[in-house]
Design a protein around this ligand. Structure first.
Ligand SMILES: [Zn+2]
Length: 275
């Protein structure tokens, strides 16, 4: 709420009291159903309440999230219904999609983000706190024509699907990485992708990127996460905790068995290191 000139009469005072009361009620119950101007975000004192990521990506929630809308630059992957994220995540995807559309006249195919209020969802261990998004790879068919993905396609180390039907479009997928990493407002913390596709993207970047620093940045952000199956059918983008989101937590919450003190004392070499 903005604090401006004092109210001139009793009517204004009453209005101010009502507005204050509504604001306090709204703040006291952030997960109350929305009555916002824009779906999912509530007007507080005349302004949209800021989104907030709470907890960990794999044990958290989302408050006042924003929905990523389909449009000329964004399309939903069929069957995926989780399209909510923090303002920062949704803004990042919108800007990257706009950049790709301007360059290639394509739409960014988006899978799951988070549920409206975050929390556990099917298919994912993370995606709980509005900071994760899955993006389909760009691909080409046997004739080299761009295809519109109807589902995620798995690309092997050869850069093709196992049946040879589709080819990983390295140029456009690198452009997607470039658009995400060149954003001036939000820098992705991680873009998860399989080791083989990461190598393919970085090689392309080294040969074609206008800025060497972007390839260096990409080599630190692109990663295959440990202890999960390879990310060989989509990019998984995670943004850092937005500044001001005091209840947001870095990293992931480890299972309780891993936090047990006796477990921590065991020699580490008993478990082969995995990348
Ligand atoms: Zn994901």
């Amino acid at each position: 709420m903005r604090h401006g000139a004092p109210p001139r009469n009793a009517g204004s005072l009453r209005l101010l009291a009502v507005a204050l009361c509504l604001s306090v009620t709204a703040l006291a119950d952030p997960r109350r159903p929305s009555t916002s101007l824009r779906a999912g975000r509530r007007a507080v004192g005349g302004a949209l309440a800021p989104s907030a990521s709470q907890g960990f990506p794999n044990h958290g929630s989302l408050v006042h999230g924003r929905r990523l809308e389909e449009g000329p630059t964004v399309r939903y992957l069929p069957g995926r219904t989780l399209h909510w994220g923090t303002e920062e995540l949704v803004g990042l995807l919108e800007r990257a999609a706009r950049t790709l559309h301007q360059r290639y006249r394509v739409r960014l195919t988006v899978g799951d983000l988070s549920a409206r209020n975050g929390g556990p969802v099917a298919r994912h261990r993370s995606h709980q706190s509005g900071r994760d998004a899955d993006l389909a790879f760009f691909a080409r068919d046997r004739r080299g024509q761009p295809v519109t993905p109807q589902d995620y396609a798995v690309f092997t180390a050869t850069g093709r699907t196992a049946d040879g039907r589709l080819e990983f479009d390295t140029a456009r997928n690198w452009a997607m990485v470039e658009a995400l990493l060149s954003d001036r407002q939000v820098r992705p913390e991680r873009i998860f992708v399989s080791g083989a596709l990461r190598g393919r993207l970085l090689a392309y970047g080294r040969a074609h990127a206008s800025r060497g620093s972007l390839v260096t940045l990409a080599s630190s952000v692109l990663a295959q996460p440990a202890r999960v199956s390879p990310h060989d059918n989509h990019f998984h983008v995670r943004i850092p905790c937005p500044s001001g989101d005091a209840a947001c937590r870095w990293g992931v919450q480890l299972p309780r068995r891993l936090l047990h003190p006796r477990r921590l004392l065991r020699p580490a070499h008993r478990h082969p290191r995995r990348r």
